[in-house]
Design a protein around this ligand. Structure first.
Ligand code: BES
Ligand code: MN
Ligand code: MN
Length: 466
């Protein structure tokens, strides 16, 4: 029998060149001008799934970008695994900070990836990781090693909050029925320390608009006598954290899950160097909520961050003006226990309350989702742990992540199944940033590990039934 490792080794050049074709499609879901590229990317995924062994694949129209659905049926007794991923990517800007054009993939060595990394927007998030699944399927089909019934659902709106996926999942519960959901859209601790993501944070994303006078004013004639919306907005934002960097919105922490000292000690066992962390980001010190470690701050604690702020004169030189309006985009990362709708309401109420009478405040909810935690005693988790141990040669560990995949909580609600987050990226892979990349090692290891997940999952499923 050809092992996944051997198969991957024999075919790696082709795998990489196929992935490059996928990465060349600028499927930016936030950019309306890319509509056609999103369709092309969906088509690419559909064709690739068919070629790799799916018996059926379709492009499902939605109110937004299409969802690719495909399946390969084995037999009634085998468990069914639903693979979820996304073919859309983040915008590439700021483009001038890329060392290579974002949609012309190249392989370059880095300190962390001595075997080379694929540089391109979407290399790690999530095209590279979706393509690992497609090539793992190719291996299983070619070598007659399919052990589970397989369903694939690859969407094109994850980076804009998955507005159509909810619509689709609610209408297709039967079709999507599964025993477990497998997702590679997260990271692991390092190439020497594989991990399975057991927690994702939730999200509430809002835009705020502060309006002062009905028109832009001469800052000499009116300055000092009229509220400047930019001054006011920044003052309001500054008041949202106290001295200890706790969030000041009343009720914000009311339902936040508290982890026991024992759980926190367990989490602290994961390898982490604060020195390396600071060095990698070129910062003299970290910053965050008092009483928590860096890892805790970025995974099990909720946050509030301004993601963008604008208003007034931003052109060249000086213009003496008091703008009529100021804006900010604000994201709150949420943890278990917090409801994104309730938190958005608390924010809205508080923000309006702290605004002086001299301005009007409008908040618009953009998108969000609940946090997610997956148990480590499920057979899905155990299958992932066994697969990683076999392919990396060391035991994996569970890891909370700070990122969000809001749709995962919805899967649990609508499809009643757990998601296993077996991702192969690294935090240093610069997803969403200029120079996003994905290790060649990670890409190939992913292809090697996924068939092992299915193998162990089918085994454990059978044992569990007996
Ligand atoms: N794949 C990421 C989420 C992620 C990355 C989770 C690494 C854990 C580790 C996903 O594509 C993403 O970027 N999600 C967004 C939320 C979405 C609603 C725009 C996020 O976390 O900001
Ligand atoms: Mn992603
Ligand atoms: Mn992303």
């Amino acid at each position: 029998m050809t092992s996944p490792k051997l198969y991957v080794n024999k075919n790696k050049e082709r795998f990489l060149s196929e992935l490059f074709t996928f990465l060349k499609i600028p499927s930016i879901s936030a950019d309306k001008a890319c509509k056609n590229d999103l369709l092309n990317a969906a088509n690419f995924v559909k064709e690739a799934l068919l070629k790799a062994g799916c018996s059926a694949a379709e492009i499902c129209e939605t109110p937004g970008n299409p969802i690719v659905y495909a399946e390969k049926f084995l037999d009634k007794k085998a468990p069914t695994v639903l693979v979820y991923g996304h073919y859309d990517v983040q915008p590439a800007d700021p483009i001038n900070l890329w060392h290579v054009p974002p949609f012309e993939p190249v392989i370059k060595k880095t300190e962390i990836h001595p075997d080379g990394a694929i540089f391109a927007r979407g290399a790690c998030d999530d095209k590279g990781q979706v393509y690992m699944h497609i090539k793992a399927l190719e291996y299983m089909t070619a070598t007659n090693n399919v052990t589970c019934n397989l369903k694939f659902m690859i969407e094109g709106e994850e980076e804009v909050g998955s507005p159509s996926l909810e619509w689709y999942v609610k209408r297709n519960q039967q079709k999507l029925a599964n025993d477990v959901i497998l997702i590679s859209d997260t990271g692991m601790i390092s190439n020497q320390q594989p991990s399975v993501t057991t927690g994702l944070r939730g999200l509430s994303y809002l835009e705020v608009e502060v309006t002062g006078p009905n028109r832009d004013l001469h800052s000499g004639l009116y300055g000092g006598a009229v509220a400047n919306p930019i001054n006011i907005l920044t003052k309001m934002i500054a008041s949202l954290h106290d001295e200890a960097n706790h969030i000041t919105i009343p009720g914000f922490y009311d339902h936040v899950k508290i982890y026991s000292e024992a759980e926190r000690a367990e989490m602290a066992k994961a390898p982490f160097s604060l020195e390396d962390y600071k060095k990698a980001l070129n910062i003299a010190d970290v910053y965050g909520e008092a009483g928590y470690t860096t890892n805790e701050r970025s995974t099990i604690r909720p946050t509030l961050d301004v993601n963008g702020i604008w208003g007034g004169y931003m052109g060249e030189g000086a213009k003496t003006v008091i703008a009529s309006k100021a804006y900010a985009k604000i994201s709150m990362r949420l943890v278990s226990g917090q409801d994104e709708v309730a938190i958005s309401k608390l924010f809205d109420k508080h923000f309006k309350k702290i605004a002086p009478k001299s301005v009007k405040v409008k908040t618009t909810y953009l998108h969000g989702g609940l946090a997610y935690e997956t148990p480590t005693d499920s057979i899905g988790y155990q299958a992932a742990a066994k697969a990683l141990q076999e392919s990396f040669g060391v035991p994996s560990i569970p890891q909370y992540s700070g990122g969000s995949i809001p749709i995962v909580a919805l899967f649990e609600q609508e499809l009643k199944s757990k998601s296993i987050l077996m991702g192969f990226g690294l935090d240093s892979d610069a997803i969403h940033s200029p120079n996003e990349h994905f290790g060649v090692f990670n890409f190939l290891k992913g292809i090697e590990t996924i068939p092992l997940f299915y193998k162990y999952y089918a085994q454990l499923f059978k044992e569990n039934k007996a």
